[in-house]
Design a protein around this ligand. Structure first.
Ligand code: 13P
Ligand code: SF4
Length: 381
C-alpha cells in the first residue's frame, strides 16, 4: 500500500493540515454517482474497512457509517475494531488521532479531509499548557494538581496529562473522570482542566462545587491573569477555551422556546455556558441527547442546544415529536462539515486502488503517553 497525503503528529509540532484539492472526478460527480461509487468501493473493501461517523456528520456521510457515536463511543469502537485494516473516521482531527492511538500498529486511521479540525482543540497547545504548569508550580504544590484534558485536544496534550498523572475525559464521562481526579490527592487536589472552560465548570457545579472554587485560566496572561491567592485556593483552574458552536446558545433562546412550548423539554450539551445548562431539563453528550429524545413521549416539543446536523436528523427520525434547535439561526460545525460524500468516496476508491490517503498517525512517543491518559479514561468510565 502506498501512503499519501497524511501526516504524523509529533510531540510539539503538529503537521500542517493541508488538504490537497479533490480531483475533478470527485468535485464534478453528483450525489447519485457518488452514492453508487461509495457503495461499490465499500463492497470491494468489505471487512477491511470500518467507517465511523460522529453524530454531527451530514446525512450524505452518515448513511455510510458502519457505526455512529459520540466522541467517547467512537473511541471505544475504534479500540474494539481490531479486525479492520482501515478505520475511516468521519469526524474531526482530534477524534482520528485518538482512534490511531487506540488501534493496533497493523491498522491505518484515515480522515477524509485533513482540514477537519476543531477550533476549541486549537485553543490549547503544548507550549502554553507547559507554561501554565510551570507558572502554577511557582505558587502552589504542583504535585497536588491533576491535569484533565477534554477529548477535544491534540494528542500532544493527551500525552502531557498521561505524563503528569491525569486523564482524558469526554462530555459523557466528565463527571466520573473529575470525581476520580479529585480523589487523587485528598482534599488538597486541584484540577487543571483544558481546553473547554464550560465543560469543566458545568461538571464542577454538578459535583457540588461553587463559583469561588473555580477560576478561569487565561493562557495569554501572566499566571493565567490570576492572583497567587486565587491559584492557591481554587479547586478548578479552567482553561479559557470554548466551542464557537455551543457558545452561541443563550438563556434568551431557552426562554423563547419555553414561551412557545410550555411543558416542552430542553436538552443541552455541556459545552454550552452554565447559564444555559442551568435552564435545561437535561444536560449530556450527543449520545445522551439522542437517548433523551428517544425516551420522550409522542407529541413532546424538544428544544436542543447542540450542532444542527444532529438536531435535524433527530427531527427527521422522530416525526411524532417536535425537535428543533434552541437557536433559530442555524449553527453548523464548519469543520465537521468539511467531510462530505466526495471526500469519503475519494479515500475509499483510493484504498481500492491500493493507496492510503490522509492517514492520521501519532508518533510512537506521544502515542505511548496519550494512550495512558486515554486508557485511564476508558477504565474510569
Ligand atoms: P460528544 O462528546 O458529545 O460527541 O461531543 C463532541 C464534540 O465535539 C461536541 O462539540
Ligand atoms: Fe469542535 Fe465545537 Fe465542532 Fe465540537 S462542535 S468539533 S467542539 S468546533
Amino acid at each position: 500500500m502506498l501512503l499519501q497525503g497524511g501526516f504524523t503528529v509529533s510531540n510539539r509540532q503538529p503537521g500542517l493540515r493541508l488538504q490537497e484539492p479533490l480531483p475533478d472526478g470527485y468535485t464534478r460527480a453528483g450525489p447519485e454517482e457518488l452514492s453508487t461509487r461509495i457503495a461499490a468501493a465499500k463492497a470491494v473493501l468489505g471487512g477491511r474497512v470500518m467507517i465511523l461517523g460522529h453524530h454531527y456528520q451530514r446525512d450524505e456521510v452518515m448513511r455510510w457509517a458502519d457505526a455512529r457515536g459520540d466522541s467517547f463511543g467512537l473511541s471505544r469502537l475504534a479500540a474494539d475494531a481490531t479486525e479492520a485494516a482501515y478505520v475511516v473516521f468521519c469526524g474531526v482531527h482530534f477524534m482520528a488521532e485518538s482512534a490511531d492511538i487506540l488501534t493496533g500498529d497493523h491498522q491505518h486511521v484515515i480522515l477524509p479531509d485533513l482540514n477537519a479540525g476543531c477550533s476549541m482543540a486549537d485553543m490549547a497547545d503544548l507550549d502554553s499548557v507547559e507554561e501554565a504548569w510551570e507558572a502554577i508550580a511557582g505558587v502552589t504544590d504542583v504535585a497536588d494538581v491533576v491535569p484533565i484534558t477534554y477529548m477535544n485536544s491534540s494528542a500532544a496534550l493527551k500525552a502531557f496529562v498521561g505524563r503528569h498523572g491525569g486523564a482524558v475525559c469526554t462530555s459523557s464521562n466528565a463527571r466520573a473522570v473529575l470525581t476520580w481526579a479529585l480523589e487523587q490527592h485528598g482534599t488538597d487536589t486541584k484540577v487543571l482542566f483544558f481546553p473547554d472552560q464550560h465543560l469543566g465548570r458545568n461538571t464542577a457545579y454538578q459535583l457540588g462545587f461553587d463559583e469561588p472554587s473555580m477560576a478561569v485560566w487565561d493562557p495569554r496572561k501572566e499566571l493565567g491573569g490570576l492572583e497567587d491567592r486565587i491559584v492557591k485556593e481554587a479547586r478548578f483552574l479552567l482553561w479559557k477555551g470554548h466551542c464557537s458552536v455551543h457558545q452561541r446558545f443563550r438563556p434568551e433562546h431557552v426562554a423563547q422556546f419555553r414561551a412557545q412550548h410550555p411543558g416542552g423539554l430542553v436538552l443541552v450539551h455541556p459545552e454550552c455556558s452554565h447559564e444555559v445548562v442551568a435552564l435545561g431539563d437535561e444536560v449530556g453528550s450527543t449520545d445522551a441527547i439522542i437517548r433523551a429524545v428517544e425516551a420522550a413521549p409522542p407529541g413532546t416539543a424538544i428544544g436542543v442546544a447542540t450542532e444542527i446536523h444532529l438536531v435535524q436528523r433527530l427531527a427527521a427520525e422522530h416525526p411524532d415529536l417536535t425537535v428543533q434547535s434552541l437557536d433559530p439561526l442555524v449553527c453548523p460545525c464548519s469543520t465537521m462539515f468539511r467531510i462530505d460524500a466526495a471526500h469519503l468516496c475519494w479515500v475509499l476508491e483510493s484504498l481500492v486502488e491500493g493507496r492510503v490517503l490522509n492517514r492520521i498517525s501519532v508518533d510512537p512517543a506521544t502515542a505511548a503517553h496519550a494512550r495512558v491518559a486515554l486508557e485511564r479514561m476508558l477504565a474510569i468510565a
